[in-house]
Each structure stands twice: as structure tokens, then as C-alpha cells.
Design a protein around this ligand. Structure first.
Ligand SMILES: Cc1ncc(C[n+]2csc(CCOP(=O)(O)OP(=O)(O)O)c2C)c(N)n1
Ligand code: SF4
Length: 330
């Protein structure tokens, strides 16, 4: 198709496909020649943050590598909705690993490429938070400590969505899932459990760690472009709201990701060799309640008698992130 520049398009700081920006700062999606790595026809739910995040991440990686890219994908929603046998939505060489070994499979691919002297082909491993932070954690930590030449991308929707919304170690405190029901004195997921994988990745002192959300797709693409050119182990953790698991409206996916960021509940930053090197400042701080309220998984906090004590504890977690990463400082 002939290239046609689009002349009239909304501009603004949060706009995604901003064709009025200089070409080098446009998002990949604003490019008429974008590769569309995750093609139409897949079976993700309407408003799926994971589908959106993956398409942007892999499109950016394809652009940065001239399509010299292979991906290993852990079992989970992204794998299931994109590759119903014998079809696939992927436009890149792509392999389904087991639920827990995407990092090891990607490491093997990277080793094979090295043995064959194919240094221009880059390797990505990707999976959900369960595949990454729980069952795949050992393989991932090994990939990190050996500094294997792989970019691992975790699409964090904060539970095991593909199998019916069970809790993972990324599920936030107080959230209701199929295994953390909203009953009893302390409904929902327990406080003081779970883990922070971006910080654990940083503790391995790998060359590059970053977090991102689907609310700021320029930033997401920028981080993928940066990461894909670095050699060694790299990790990007993307917050991807899931309308089905979060009990949110499909049109609220971007808004929720933005509220997670603007409340400080999900800090967005970059780290190199274990040190934080850049943070995305909060532009308009919102109370964490604004983020929680539209999600049915937190509905038990907002009944006739709002659970102000639990909301305050969640606010304290966001406040700690704001202090820890300097999210408000000028
Ligand atoms: C060893 C093993 N245990 C359990 C499963 C079943 N299983 C498939 S996908 C999945 C959950 C995936 O959750 P997550 O990694 O968070 O990805 P999401 O579906 O949320 O994107 C589970 C438990 C499996 N495939 N293999
Ligand atoms: S359950 Fe959630 S992660 Fe899975 S396809 Fe639906 S919206 Fe996406």
C-alpha cells in the first residue's frame, strides 16, 4: 500500500499514534509501515491490556531489529489467545514453551544462535506474571545470573487469568481472586505477601530493568527499543489491566493503567546494573481510591460501609513507592 501521511490527528501528551510528532518520536503504531506483530484474529477479550502491551512491545522490537527476532512464550493468556492450533496471530518466529521455562527455552535459542554466529538475531522471552514470577522464577533467575543474552518481558495482569483468575505473587493486597475470596475479617488477598520482581531483577545487577504500563505506549516502546539493543540479560515488567480478572470495563484498560501510575501504586522506572537511573514522575497525583474504585476485584472495599482502614493501608503502599522512587520530586 502506498504511504499516505495522515494530516489531521489528535495531538497531546498522552496520545498514542501521534502522526504530527517528528518521525523519530512517533510511536511505532503511528507508522503506516508498522509490522503488526500480533495480527488480527486472535481471541483476547475486548480491552485486553496484555494483547495491547504485547503488540506494542514486539512491534517496537521488530522495528529495532529489522525483524530479526525470535520469541519464546510461556503458557498463559497471551499464548492461548494468539495461537489456537493450527493458527497463529504472530508475525515472527515464535515458540510456545512450557508454563515455567520460557526463560530457559529463550536461553537455549540464544546459545544456538551464538554457536551459529548469528549475532544479529535477537531473542525475547515473554509470559504472564504467574509464568514469570511464580512457576518460571527459577529459570528466570538463572537466566539473570548467567547474564544470558535474552530480553524477558513480563505482562503483569496480577493473577493467573488464563485458568480462571487465581492469585499470583503479583496480586495486590486486598484484591479478590478465585483463590482470595472477599469473605471474612480480611477479605481478598493478604497484606505482606507476594514479591516485587523488578526489584529482584535489579538485585541480580543485570544490565537493564524497566517497568512500563499500557497507558504510556511511547515510553513502553522506548524501553523495548533500548533493551533490545543491549547485550546480556534484560527485564521489562509491563502492567497490563485485564477486564475479565479485574472486573473492569473494557474501555477502562488505559485509564486504569494510568491511574495505577498516577497514584504511585505502580512505579514506572528504569534501572541499569542494579541502580535506578530514570523514573517517570507523577503528573497529576490521584488518591489510590480512584484507581481501586472502578475495579470489581476491590468492590468489597466500597460497600455501604467503606473499608477505610484497608484503603489507607493500600494508600500507604503507594506512598512508599512515591518516596522510594522520588515520583513527585521536580
Ligand atoms: C506446569 C503447569 N501448571 C499449570 C498449568 C496451567 N496453567 C496454564 S496457564 C496458567 C496461568 C497463567 O497465568 P499467568 O502466567 O499469570 O498468565 P495470564 O494467563 O494471566 O496472562 C496455568 C496455571 C500449566 N500449563 N502447566
Ligand atoms: S482474561 Fe484478561 S489477560 Fe486473558 S485475554 Fe481476557 S483480558 Fe486478556
Amino acid at each position: 500500500m502506498a504511504y499516505q501521511p495522515v494530516k489531521y490527528y489528535q495531538t497531546g501528551t498522552f496520545t498514542v499514534g501521534n502522526r504530527l510528532l517528528p518521525p523519530e518520536t512517533r510511536s511505532v503504531q503511528a507508522n503506516m509501515r508498522r509490522t503488526n506483530s500480533l495480527n488480527s484474529g486472535h481471541r483476547a477479550c475486548q480491552g485486553c491490556g496484555e494483547a495491547l502491551g504485547a503488540r506494542y512491545a514486539i512491534d517496537a522490537a521488530m522495528e529495532a531489529t529489522g525483524n530479526r527476532l525470535i520469541a519464546a512464550n510461556a503458557t498463559g493468556c497471551l499464548e492461548v489467545f494468539s495461537t489456537p492450533y493450527p493458527e497463529t496471530s504472530w508475525q515472527i518466529p515464535w515458540i510456545h514453551s512450557l508454563f515455567g521455562n520460557a526463560a530457559a527455552v529463550a536461553t537455549g535459542i540464544a546459545a544456538a544462535l551464538k554457536a551459529k554466529n548469528k549475532n544479529d538475531v535477537r531473542v525475547i522471552a515473554q509470559g504472564g506474571d504467574g509464568g514469570t514470577m511464580d512457576i518460571g522464577f527459577g529459570c528466570l533467575s538463572g537466566m539473570f545470573e548467567r547474564n544470558d543474552d535474552v530480553l524477558y518481558i513480563c505482562y503483569d495482569n496480577e493473577a493467573y487469568m488464563n485458568t480462571g483468575v487465581q492469585r499470583s505473587s503479583a496480586t495486590p493486597a486486598a484484591a479478590r481472586t478465585a483463590t482470595t475470596t472477599a469473605v471474612g475479617d480480611h477479605p481478598g488477598n493478604a497484606f505482606g505477601q507476594g514479591k516485587n520482581l523488578p526489584r529482584i531483577a535489579m538485585a541480580h545487577e543485570i544490565p537493564y530493568v524497566a517497568t512500563a504500563t499500557v497507558a504510556d505506549l511511547h515510553d513502553l516502546e522506548d524501553k523495548v527499543r533500548t533493551a533490545i539493543t543491549i547485550r546480556g540479560a534484560r527485564y521489562i515488567h509491563i502492567l497490563v489491566p485485564c477486564p475479565l480478572g479485574w472486573g473492569s470495563a473494557s474501555h477502562d484498560t488505559i485509564r486504569l493503567a494510568r491511574l495505577a501510575q498516577e497514584s504511585g501504586f505502580f512505579p514506572v522506572f528504569e534501572a541499569r546494573s542494579g541502580e535506578v537511573t530514570r523514573v517517570t514522575k507523577i503528573r497529576r497525583r490521584v488518591p489510590v481510591e480512584e484507581y481501586l474504585r472502578p475495579q470489581r476485584r476491590f468492590a468489597h472495599l466500597f460497600g455501604k460501609q467503606p473499608d477505610v482502614a484497608t484503603i489507607a493501608r493500600l494508600q500507604a503502599l503507594a506512598d512508599r513507592n512515591i518516596r522510594r522512587y522520588g515520583l513527585l520530586e521536580a
